[in-house]
Design a protein around this ligand. Structure first.
Ligand code: FES
Length: 103
């Protein structure tokens, strides 16, 4: 799908620019050879770059990549103890059908 009609730039073109290292909308526009046009695509390109950076940071955080420490706040080493799991008691008062015997 076209992102910029004026310059005939597609989403694949923009993704390719980001994959090759463009991390700003300005860099993407330069790499894709944007010439001045109507400007309607600018907001979309900024959104795509932002989404790409967020997804890259998330992928790094999950994989321990270079942006992991910047993307994920440091977790405390000592955590509070978890509450004990609730216990379910069956058969209180003789109403549990599983505990009754058939006559
Ligand atoms: S749609 Fe991109 S400059 Fe017009």
């Amino acid at each position: 799908m076209y992102v910029c009609i004026c310059n005939a730039v597609t989403e694949d073109d923009v993704h390719g620019c980001m994959a090759s290292g463009c991390t700003t909308a300005k860099a993407v526009k330069a790499a894709c050879g944007f010439k001045p046009g109507c400007g309607l695509c600018t907001k979309r390109i900024h959104a795509m770059v932002s989404e790409y950076r967020d997804s890259t940071a998330l992928a790094d955080a999950l994989a321990g990549g270079p942006h992991a420490l910047a993307a994920v706040p440091e977790a405390p080493l000592a955590s509070s103890p978890l509450p004990a799991p609730a216990q379910v008691v069956h058969g209180v008062g003789g109403s549990d059908p599983a505990s009754s015997t058939a006559a």
